[in-house]
Design a protein. Sequence first.
Length: 368
Amino acid sequence: MGQRKLKVLIVDDTVLYRKIIKDTLAAFEQVDVVGTASNGKIALSQIQALKPDLITLDQEMPELDGIQTLRMMKAFDGVQTCAVMVSAHTTKDAAVTMQALELGAFDFITKPSGGSMRENVEILKNQFRPILDALQVRRHVAPVARSGNATLSAVTSKQPGVVDPDTFTGQPIQAMRKPEAVVLGISTGGPKSLTEVIPKLSSKLRQPILIVQHMPALFTKALATSLNEKSVLTVKEAEDGEVVRGGHVYIAPGGKQMKVARNLAGVVHVKITDDPPENFCKPAADYLFRSAVGAYGSRLLAVIMTGMGRDGVAGLRELKKHNVPVLAQDKKTSVVFGMPMEAIKAGVVDQVAPLQDIATEINRICGC
């Protein structure tokens, strides 16, 4: 039996964009567009009738906008539809997108500005591809999981000496010395997960927190603003050349790379660069993690959380050469168990914890 296709409902108030998104998704064999809706009210009735795996949800619509629709979806029993928000690339829309992600939207795409129909479809394909891949992993409908081949966890669990990422928990980290800084990599599901972590960090925390969240420009600033409003610590989008201060949380700006460096006076600064993507990511966790070794040596705590792909693994290998402890989010609470899973498979994780315990563990390890 072949794999079940992902059922998708397209929700947008403009005929043109419904067509553009439909044409985009038609290029993916694993997708079956089961319907379209011009507003949230119509979408809600179709969600209950069609039970799609995914809806693309425009943010500004008559009757019910994207946020209102998302809130009402959460009240449905037995419906596990994921939402991908469709956002304009503006400061206002970025703030609304953050609100949607914090409410539980799976991810978002940005509308191309200008260009021909064909160019816009290609841009959207590149945005949808990793989202669909991540959703397949999460829904367990990827070809490897539906074919006669064994799944990853089955393979790893049967090989002697190979860690099974599904069951590995590690041991509570017991740092010999308090870390001087915390570095954290996160991707799909990050904004909602970070709202469960950053606001729970202690006001007594003296270490800076340096975060790479895979996200475009404008949206990382909106994320920082949203987290800052909820937290006792200062949360901001990092700026080139600024001094890294304890009790501050720095979000790498979208579309740039972030690293840290210690000057001759012993002061650690942020450096924002336009260096190439790594692991198709810009910003990339690997890029930050490598630089952190040079700035802090072994006096670090590294955290790897929900997200698709392998970003962070190579950087964590470098950190482990300096005996830096690594904390990973568990499978059950990860929106996509990709980045933490790959780190566990690589043998660079010391402790695994559920989302609700990540902040508590950071506080404990940092001496709060």
